[in-house]
Design a protein around this ligand. Structure first.
Ligand code: SAH
Length: 272
């Protein structure tokens, strides 16, 4: 943008960080910083964060400083008066592509405030499919830096240059990476200590044991003529555990033959 009349904005290209939710005093102090899981998000929509993550258990944990979220507004690194972040695809075709130089500056800013050792992840439908194991690995680490794409996605060179890991939420295409980022953060966060009220609920649920979860029931004892299976109200904990295991196996076998096959194979090789 050569015919720019206003002086260049001093913040152009500089690190732009928005600290969400938790007041400063909650986030200082060595103990809290050591415990906090740190997430950096590069996005064109910083106002969409923490979004749903600001609610309920994850919201309370954010307030309590168990995790920290910094959004980096890609627009702040845009070019010229209009802060352009995208341009037409080389070789032609539909849509717009996020510029490597603009995204590069945002990545540098985000990495500068990321916890050391945080993986750099680009949310992308071409990526490895996100799953519970990935959530566990991320939860065990110091945090992560997430790049939310828009339009047709990123210039390939910026992915290569920073060695960003491409991760997909599933085999479908979203308009932007922001919803995928929030889903990934949520899945990893709930595996961190102190986030869920009841730690055991993350141990027994779907995908943690290689099986889908057994059916759940609560009051009333009878609803629309349907009753709760007798065993669950018997008070016999051994029988209840057995029933739940059998139901988890039945449901997994019926719905997810792929998971069932892996589960059976692992059972035949104990200790693995
Ligand atoms: N042209 C791209 C799709 C771009 S969709 C392609 O065909 O591969 C725009 C942005 O939405 C992407 O840059 C990515 O960040 C995000 N996105 C879309 N689908 C996604 C998915 N399944 N998982 C994670 N992010 C996704």
């Amino acid at each position: 943008m050569s015919n720019q009349t206003t002086p260049p904005d001093r913040s152009h290209g500089r690190k732009s960080v928005t600290l969400s939710a938790a007041p400063r005093d909650l986030m200082s102090g060595p103990q809290r910083l050591a415990r906090a899981w740190r997430v950096q998000v590069i996005t064109l929509m910083p106002q969409a964060f923490p979004g749903i993550l600001g609610e309920s258990l994850t919201g309370r944990a954010l307030q309590d400083g168990l995790w920290e979220l910094e959004t980096h507004d890609l627009r702040e690194h845009g070019i010229g008066k209009h802060r352009n972040v995208d341009d037409t695809p080389a070789g032609g075709g539909a849509g717009m592509v996020l510029r490597a130089d603009v995204m590069g500056a945002a990545i540098e800013a985000a990495q500068a405030s990321a916890a050391p050792g945080s993986p750099l992840i680009y949310l992308s439908p071409r990526g490895r499919r996100f799953d519970q194991q990935m959530a566990r690995d991320l939860a065990a680490g110091p945090g992560m830096t997430l790049i939310c794409g828009r339009f047709e996605g990123l210039d390939e060179r910026v992915i290569a240059h920073y060695g960003a890991i491409e991760v997909s939420l599933g085999d479908f295409v979203l308009t932007g990476g922001d919803i995928a980022a929030q889903a990934m953060i949520d899945a990893a966060l709930r595996l961190r200590p102190g986030i869920l009220g009841n730690e055991a609920s993350a141990v027994e649920e779907s995908h943690s044991s290689g099986l889908l979860e057994h059916p759940q029931y609560t009051r009333p004892a009878e609803w629309q003529g349907r009753v709760i299976p007798d065993v669950l109200t018997s008070g016999n904990h051994g029988a209840i555990a057995k029933w739940r295991q059998a139901e988890a196996e039945r449901i997994t076998q019926e719905r997810r033959p792929d998971m069932w096959q892996r589960y059976e194979a692992a059972r035949k090789r104990p200790g693995e």
